[in-house]
Design a protein around this ligand. Structure first.
Ligand code: WQD
Length: 338
């Protein structure tokens, strides 16, 4: 089985390529290198011993996508990661986000609907729930009006896929991620944020290693036990394995509907202060931080109900928060050695 992984040199994409190869899938990566480095190919090969085929391509280029599928007629499925993903940036650059996150999806689906059969795994996000009323969050929780163009592109993407699969031979699984963190245990691949990290864990590891002076904690007056926001932090390797489980389900024809949706999280919520304390324990490093104002757009609390993923998809997160934080720290130390 030959699988196209778009954005396969990115953080979640590269970890998924490793798990796909280890499960015997042949992988071709398409990436435009706008937010990833070609050196990630070395990291993947270093782990699996298999260098994935790589094609540099901007998926907004309709003709380029057409030519790719003409040359690669034997693609059985697509795992689509390629997209811009910074919530804050999307507020400043909505047009770039709608173009970059929707046009490639349309171009891919246009090629896949020509095929006899095609499997499509979509990188979605718990962002679609906004601030859910009930914890833990199930797949039946209502989709709320998006708070950012980024979140809106995930909602629109899900709707496009649902409408297209209804009238084509494509079947799909939508994976709604919670908060991916950590790195492969080899420290050969990991998160490579460009510029000042937006996300909590890379900012913590960069502070611990001295690249950042101190961590700003965005508010401690939320309605939570310690006043800081709660999220469901999932090891990126567990998240990667969920993609293989989803693909296996479609390849084996075990899916019950043309489009199925799964929340991919650990089912456990951790506050920012709990993350800081856990990181200090794991790394032995005292973290410098200060409490500042809330960040606009942040929700108070989000963690997944994992029953459907566990019972229907047959997948469960196995790696602990401490293992994830330790792997993030080891990766940061490795990156700074160069
Ligand atoms: C986590 C918590 C912050 C940085 C976003 C996207 C989501 C997904 C993951 C793409 C929050 C706090 C953070 C800092 C802090 N991305 N924080 N100081 O916002 O839950 O989710 O990234 O799919 O779609 O919305 O993740 O890591 O930015 O923040 O206090 O320097 O850490 O307030 O409570 P978030 P995050």
């Amino acid at each position: 089985m030959k699988i196209l992984v778009t954005g396969g040199l990115g953080f979640i994409g590269s970890h998924t390529v490793v798990e796909l190869q280890e499960q015997g899938y042949e992988v071709v990566i398409v990436d435009d290198l706008s937010n990833a480095s070609i050196s990630v190919l070395e990291g993947i090969e270093g782990i699996t011993g298999i260098r994935p085929e790589f094609v540099q391509l901007d998926l907004r280029d309709k003709q380029g996508v057409f030519s790719f599928f003409q040359t690669n007629q034997d693609i059985d499925g697509v795992i689509h990661f390629a997209a811009s993903k910074a919530v804050g940036e999307s507020m400043q650059r909505p047009l770039m986000y709608y173009e970059n996150n929707i046009v490639p999806l349309l171009n891919l689906l246009k090629e896949l609907e020509k095929k006899e059969k095609a499997h499509f795994i979509f990188s979605s996000s718990c962002t679609v729930y906004g601030q859910a009323e009930v914890m833990p969050i199930t797949e039946e929780a209502p989709i709320q009006v998006a708070l950012s163009p980024y979140g809106n592109t995930k909602q629109i993407g899900e709707e496009i896929i649902t409408d297209v699969t209804r009238v084509s031979s494509i079947d799909a699984i939508l994976l709604r991620y919670f908060n991916p963190i950590g790195a492969h245990k080899s420290a050969l691949i990991g998160e490579l944020p460009i510029g000042v990290p937006q996300n909590l864990i890379p900012f913590i590891t960069q502070t611990a290693i001295g690249v950042r002076k101190e961590l700003s904690v965005f508010g401690e007056d939320y309605n939570t036990p310690d006043g800081t926001c709660i999220r469901d932090y999932i090891h990126v390797v567990d998240l990667a394995k969920a993609h293989v489980a989803a693909l296996d389900r479609l390849v084996k024809g075990e899916n019950i509907e043309k489009v199925e949706t799964f929340n991919v999280g650990t089912g456990k919520g951790s506050s920012v202060m709990e993350i800081i304390n856990a990181f200090e324990k794991v790394s032995g490093v005292k973290l410098h931080y200060k409490i500042v104002d809330r960040r606009e757009g942040d929700i108070t609390e989000a963690y997944a109900c994992t029953r459907k993923a566990n019972q229907v998809l047959g997948w469960k997160a196995e790696l602990s928060l401490e293992v994830a934080l330790d792997s993030a720290w080891k990766w940061e130390q490795k990156v700074r050695k160069h």
